[in-house]
Design a protein around this ligand. Structure first.
Ligand code: SAH
Length: 350
């Protein structure tokens, strides 16, 4: 039997051409698309206004993907909930639900594992497994809304994986997400975070999607950044900054910078000065976050250290805030839960 195709990853025009090829009338695709994206149907059998012969045919050709809650951890300190989702092939990804400015924001994963190799990050420890499909990104939103009984108003692509390393699927996901015939979320409410894959940043700028780009900087010098982020050896800071300026020019949207404070590594006065110099004239905002200690690494920072670094930056005229650390009791940092789960599973097997 040939493999069933993932119908939830198709845009409406793509579904239309599939159904036209099957000899169906034009309105049929919109009907099915609404069942999938508005009514969140989980089977073709539910689609009662679709002729049963067609439902059987669709069932043979396509699958409707789903996710399962493998673990759910609710913070006792705030409203943060972390989900470990199991995908249809048994792989796991993490999704974090956070309460923010009177709304719910979701942090989703874009890959199973990651190739980027950042030294402080748990997502990359066990390497890269595969890309997520557009449907698996959408389903993280649908499943979380269903499970938590909330409506998600903002989205950040900051979970496991490098979104710009799964570019085509992420773009397809954004098309589906913002489609007025589907969820219709404005991309102004979406932030995509990248470790700095320069050609993709430029491509994203050219698409003028309206989304916010966040760049994970973490160190203001090439020597220091290359030490913790291998991507910097390929795309050094001068090229990255040029791409960020290009993004702003093309889209009118300011790039934000993520900076995980690591005590004794990137939080000294020379670091603050180098960072101020690097960002000069951009009116940039820096989000500081005390690095989350991952078991395998030695990086650490207190909130106080992050605040100290913030004051250093403010004194140099750089706008910075220390990000609220939500769900700190449930290890809400990216990749930690999946990594812990995989390790527990492999320890059980031994
Ligand atoms: N690959 C993308 C998005 C996923 S990571 C990126 O690099 O931006 C989301 C953010 O969490 C990034 O800024 C990443 O550098 C940061 N991060 C990863 N591990 C961390 C840790 N242990 N402590 C604090 N931030 C971390």
């Amino acid at each position: 039997m040939s493999e069933q195709r993932d119908i939830l990853s198709l845009t409406l025009p793509e579904l239309q051409s599939e159904l036209t090829a099957m000899g169906e009338p034009k309105f049929r695709a919109a009907q099915i698309y609404r069942w999938l994206h508005r009514r969140k149907a989980q089977s073709f059998a539910e689609m009662l206004d679709i002729p049963s012969k067609l439902r059987t045919e669709l069932d043979a050709q396509f699958c409707i993907k789903s996710l399962f809650v493998a673990r759910k951890l609710a913070s006792s300190l705030d409203d943060t909930v972390k989900y470990l989702y199991r995908l249809s092939d048994g792989q796991h990804v993490e999704t974090v639900l956070m309460h923010y400015h009177n709304g719910w924001r979701l942090c989703i994963s874009t890959q199973v594992g990651c190739k980027m190799g950042c030294a402080f990050c748990a997502s990359t420890i066990a390497g890269y497994v595969r890309d997520l499909t557009p449907s698996e990104m959408l389903l993280q939103i649908d499943e979380t809304e269903r499970n938590a009984g909330v409506t998600i108003s903002g989205l950040v692509l900051m979970g496991i994986g490098e979104p710009m390393d799964n570019f085509a699927n992420v773009m397809q996901f954004l098309t589906l997400l913002s489609d007025p015939e589907g969820r219709g979320m404005s991309l102004r409410h979406v932030t995509v975070s990248t470790c700095g894959i320069v050609p993709r940043i430029r491509e994203l700028a050219d698409r003028k999607t309206g989304l916010t780009l966040a760049v994970s900087l973490h160190n203001p010098t090439d020597a220091g950044r290359s030490k913790v982020m291998p991507v910097n050896r390929r795309y050094p800071l001068s090229e990255l900054m040029e791409a960020c300026r290009y993004y702003f020019e093309k889209t009118g949207r300011r790039v934000t910078y993520e900076y995980a404070v690591m005590e004794g590594e990137n939080d000294g006065e020379p670091d603050a000065r180098a960072l101020a110099k690097l960002l000069k004239g951009q009116g940039a905002h820096v989000n500081l976050i005390p690095v989350n200690s991952v078991r395998e690494t030695s990086y650490h920072a207190t909130r106080k250290a992050a605040q100290r670094f913030m004051q250093r930056l403010e004194a140099l005229g750089v706008h910075a805030t220390v990000r609220r650390t939500l769900g700190s009791d449930i290890e809400a940092a990216c990749g930690q839960l999946r990594h812990e789960a995989d390790r527990a599973i492999s320890e059980e097997k031994r």
